[in-house]
Design a protein around this ligand. Structure first.
Ligand SMILES: Nc1ncnc2c1ncn2[C@@H]1O[C@H](COP(=O)(O)OP(=O)(O)OP(=O)(O)O)[C@@H](O)[C@H]1O
Ligand code: SF4
Ligand SMILES: [Mg+2]
Length: 359
C-alpha cells in the first residue's frame, strides 16, 4: 500500500505525531465518567421456516455488558473475531438497537431519546470505522466529506468560515489546504483514515467509537495513525472506545482494556495491570500471543483447545468453560459475574487469580 498517492511523501509527520515507542497509553486513566453502559445486550433473531419469517433461533452477540468511559480516556475493547466488539460499539450510538440494557452518556439516557434528540446527541459521539475505502464517498471532495458534520449541525456562519474550519481540521490530522478539492481515490489508506478522523472530530465530539481504525492499514503506518489519535486526545480531550484485536496497538493507546469473549466481558483492567498479570484464563491466553517487550525472551503461547463456540449456541455457565484449562464443575453450571477485585479490576471467573504469562 502506498502512502504518497496524493503526492505527499512520506505520510504525515504532523506537528502532532511522535516517534513510535515514545509513549504508551498505559497510565492512570482520567477520572470523571462520560459514558456508563449497564447490562447491554443484543440478540439477533435468526429467521427461517418455509416463508423465511419464523424465528428459529438467536445469535447472542452481546450479553449483559457493563463498563464506563471517563472523559478524555481511551478504553480498548479487545477479543477474537465475532465476540461482539462492533455490535457493542454500534449500540452506543444506536446504530444497532440494543435488546436490553442502558447507555448513559453525559448524564443522559441515550436509549430513551427520540430519533431527533438522538441525532443532536450524536454530534458528541462519532464513529470511525475500519475501512477507510468504504467509509468515504468516492464522489465527494475532501472538503465536503470533512464538512459533512459541520453541514448537518450548521456549525459555520459562512462558506469562507466552513472552508477555514475544514483546513484547520485537515492540518490537525497532518493534511493541508492543497488536499481540499481532491477525492478519496487520490489518497492512500493511511491518508483516508486521517480524512475519516478529521470528519469525526469536526463537530467537536466528546467521544469517538473507533472500530478497528488501523486494522486495514499497512503495519508501517498504523503507529502514525495511532499516534495521531493520541495527540488529538491530548489536544481535544476526546474519549475513545478503541475496538481492536491487536493487543500491541492497544497497549500503545489504551488507558484501560476490556476483554470480551463470546459476547461477555471477562476482564476489565488498567492497561499495565492487565499486561503485568491477567486474572482471567482467557486474557492469559490472549496475552501469551503478544510478543514479549524483550526480544531475547520468547514467550510460550497458550493454545486453547477447540474453536470459539457459535454465539447461536453459547455454552452453559461460563461461556469459556469448554476451552478453559482450569474449568471445574461449577463453571458448567453457573455464570461467573463480572466482580471487582481488590486491585480495582473486574473479572468474570469463579477462580480469578493472578495468572502468569508463560515465558
Ligand atoms: N446484523 C446481524 N445479524 C445477525 N448476526 C449478526 C449481525 N451483526 C453481527 N452479528 C453476529 O454477532 C456476532 C458478533 O458480531 P460483531 O461484528 O459484533 O463481532 P466483532 O467482535 O466485531 O468481530 P470482528 O472482530 O470480526 O469485527 C457475530 O457472531 C456476528 O455474526
Ligand atoms: S469460570 Fe471456570 S471456565 Fe470460566 S474462566 Fe473461570 S475457571 Fe475457566
Ligand atoms: Mg468488528
Amino acid at each position: 500500500m502506498r502512502e504518497d498517492v496524493a503526492g505527499d511523501v512520506p505520510p504525515p509527520p504532523t506537528p502532532l505525531s511522535r516517534g513510535e515507542g515514545e509513549r504508551s497509553g498505559c497510565g492512570t486513566p482520567p477520572s470523571g465518567q462520560l459514558l456508563q453502559v449497564r447490562g447491554l445486550t443484543k440478540h439477533f433473531l435468526i429467521t427461517g421456516g418455509p416463508a423465511g419469517v419464523r424465528t428459529i433461533g438467536q445469535v447472542r452477540a452481546v450479553e449483559d455488558v457493563s463498563f464506563g468511559v471517563a472523559a478524555g480516556e481511551t478504553l480498548a475493547l479487545v477479543g477474537e473475531s465475532g465476540c461482539g466488539k462492533s455490535t457493542t460499539g454500534r449500540m452506543l450510538l444506536r446504530l444497532t438497537e440494543p435488546t436490553s440494557g442502558s447507555v448513559q452518556f453525559a448524564g443522559e439516557d441515550l436509549l430513551a431519546l427520540s430519533h431527533r434528540a438522538l441525532q443532536r446527541r450524536r454530534r458528541q459521539m462519532q464513529i470511525v470505522s475500519q475501512d477507510p475505502y468504504a467509509s468515504l464517498s468516492p464522489r465527494q471532495a475532501v472538503e465536503d466529506i470533512v464538512a459533512e458534520p459541520l453541514d448537518v449541525y450548521r456549525l459555520y456562519a459562512s462558506r469562507a468560515a466552513r472552508r477555514e474550519r475544514v483546513v484547520e481540521l485537515l492540518r490537525l490530522v497532518g493534511l493541508d489546504a492543497s488536499h481540499l478539492r481532491r477525492r478519496p481515490f487520490e489518497f492512500s489508506g493511511g491518508q483516508r483514515q486521517r480524512i475519516a478522523i478529521a470528519r469525526a472530530i469536526a463537530p467537536e465530539p466528546r467521544m469517538i467509537v473507533a472500530d478497528e481504525p488501523v486494522s486495514a492499514l499497512d503495519v508501517s503506518i498504523r503507529s502514525q495513525v495511532v499516534n495521531l489519535m493520541q495527540d488529538l486526545q491530548e489536544r481535544l480531550g476526546v474519549a475513545y472506545l478503541f475496538i481492536s484485536h491487536d493487543l500491541a496497538v492497544v497497549r500503545h493507546i489504551a488507558h484501560r482494556i476490556a476483554v470480551m469473549y463470546l459476547g461477555r466481558l471477562v476482564e476489565l483492567a488498567e492497561c499495565d495491570a492487565l499486561f503485568d498479570a491477567p486474572h482471567h484464563p482467557y486474557t492469559q491466553a490472549l496475552l501469551s500471543a503478544v510478543p514479549a517487550p524483550d526480544p531475547e525472551r520468547k514467550r510460550t503461547r497458550i493454545i486453547l483447545r477447540g474453536d470459539v463456540p457459535s454465539p447461536a449456541r453459547v455454552p452453559s455457565g461460563c461461556h469459556f468453560h469448554p476451552r478453559c484449562p482450569i474449568a471445574q464443575q461449577i463453571c458448567r453450571e453457573s455464570i461467573p459475574p463480572l466482580r471487582q477485585q481488590p486491585d480495582g479490576r473486574s473479572v468474570a471467573c469463579h477462580f480469578a487469580t493472578a495468572f502468569p504469562i508463560p515465558v
